[in-house]
Design a protein. Structure first.
Length: 259
């Protein structure tokens, strides 16, 4: 009887995490380059009264066993890297990645990766994120440059006094397991042992996506799907609380027998 209390309590905690995750997804519905998260759950240990395949009293093999579960636990969160909707901004330094890959950025001794292509120029003409992280490899645009162009393969070009100049080529990073990247906030990811090492390459080659200038990638959160998840988690939370109430009522009935 008491096992039902603990099992239902784990279910309520799991649904709390589900609601927290859904709330975070909805909060970032307008965050540039945001990738929604999905929580994975797994059942807990089982109290095995009779294992499947055990011999019965008459010597026959039982086709099923008797096992009572102990509830549920959260295994982890998975980032879903489905493509977000590109939005045109008209700003020359803005870029969206169509396909796989991340922009590599650095600040001091910190290396990070992002899908947020809303870059701008700092006081030295270097291309940086909104938080000042430098695009790596560095791209510097002279102040007198005009007609800045970034091709789909990452080639940067501009004109100075009417003369065309080809600058550096933007590179993208890929990972064997992008879901293993660690979220750092500010639209940044960090490499981990689970993600594997970075694989740098030119856009449009070696499996990398292409770059679309003057666009940024929107969040891939679907509001309707998240609302359905929110309702489902709320109802599951209520059902688990009812299971605790039912167990309490059964214990109360049992205690009344001795009165």
């Amino acid at each position: 009887m008491l096992k039902a209390f603990y099992s239902s309590a784990t279910g309520m905690r799991a649904q709390e995490l589900m609601i927290d995750n859904t709330a975070n997804n909805l909060a970032n519905v307008n965050t540039t380059g945001f990738k929604k998260k999905h929580i994975n759950f797994a059942d807990l240990l089982y109290d095995t009264k009779t294992p499947p395949g055990a011999a019965s009293a008459n010597g026959e093999i039982k086709p099923i066993g008797l096992q009572i579960g102990s509830g549920v636990r959260a295994v982890g969160t998975t980032s879903l890297f489905a493509q977000g909707t590109p939005t045109e901004t008209g700003i020359d330094t803005h870029m969206a990645i169509e396909g796989d890959g991340f922009f590599k950025v650095t600040q001091a001794n910190t290396t990070a990766y992002t899908r947020d292509g809303s870059f701008t120029l700092n006081d030295q003409g270097q291309m940086v994120t909104g938080d000042g992280y430098l695009l790596d490899p560095q791209v510097t645009i002279p102040q007198q440059a005009t007609n800045l162009s970034i091709s789909s393969t990452g080639v940067v070009s501009y004109q100075i006094d009417g003369v065309s100049t080809v600058g550096p080529t933007i590179q993208l990073a890929r990972f064997a397991n992008p879901a293993g990247l660690q979220n750092m906030g500010s639209n940044l990811y960090m490499e981990t042992a689970a993600s594997g090492p970075e694989i740098l390459g030119q856009p449009g080659q070696q499996g990398n996506g292409e770059i679309r200038q003057r666009f940024i990638e929107g969040s891939n959160v679907e509001v309707v799907s998240e609302l359905v998840s929110l309702i489902t988690a709320q109802r599951a939370y209520e059902i688990n609380s009812r299971a605790i109430r039912a167990g309490d009522e059964m214990l109360s009935s049992a205690s009344d027998l001795v009165r």
